[in-house]
Design a protein around this ligand. Structure first.
Ligand code: SF4
Ligand code: SF4
Length: 103
């Protein structure tokens, strides 16, 4: 089960009840303003600063789309064909860490 954010962080699993695909940031278009990070509901808490990039971890993203209207350059897109290998596994160093903005 991965019903809570804490469980999703431990198991690296999406909640199987989520119907919508996650979303992703098109990095060359992103201006690193962090507006999306602040708009993501804390129960999902999917967006992180990773080095100089702003990134979304698909397993934590419910596809609620709350971050989309927050983005001033509209560079957040659906990520229907995501896989665990679609992004660097190092991103998982952020959720649950002392730098986690949602804790
Ligand atoms: S779609 Fe929702 S859960 Fe996913 S990153 Fe955006 S605000 Fe967070
Ligand atoms: S709101 Fe848009 S431009 Fe700002 S950090 Fe998020 S994805 Fe990048």
């Amino acid at each position: 089960m991965s019903a809570t954010r804490e469980e999703r962080i431990v198991l690296h699993q999406r909640n199987e009840k989520w119907q919508n695909p996650p979303v992703r940031i098109e990095m060359p278009e992103c201006i690193n303003c962090d507006a999306c990070l602040r708009a993501c509901p804390p129960q999902f808490g999917a967006i992180f600063n990773f080095g100089t990039d702003v990134v979304i971890i698909p397993e934590l993203c419910s596809g609620c789309d709350k971050c989309l209207p927050a983005c001033p350059v509209n560079c957040i897109y659906p990520f229907a064909d995501w896989q665990t290998t679609s992004y660097p596994s190092e991103w998982w160093s952020e959720p649950g860490s002392k730098n986690d903005p949602y804790l």
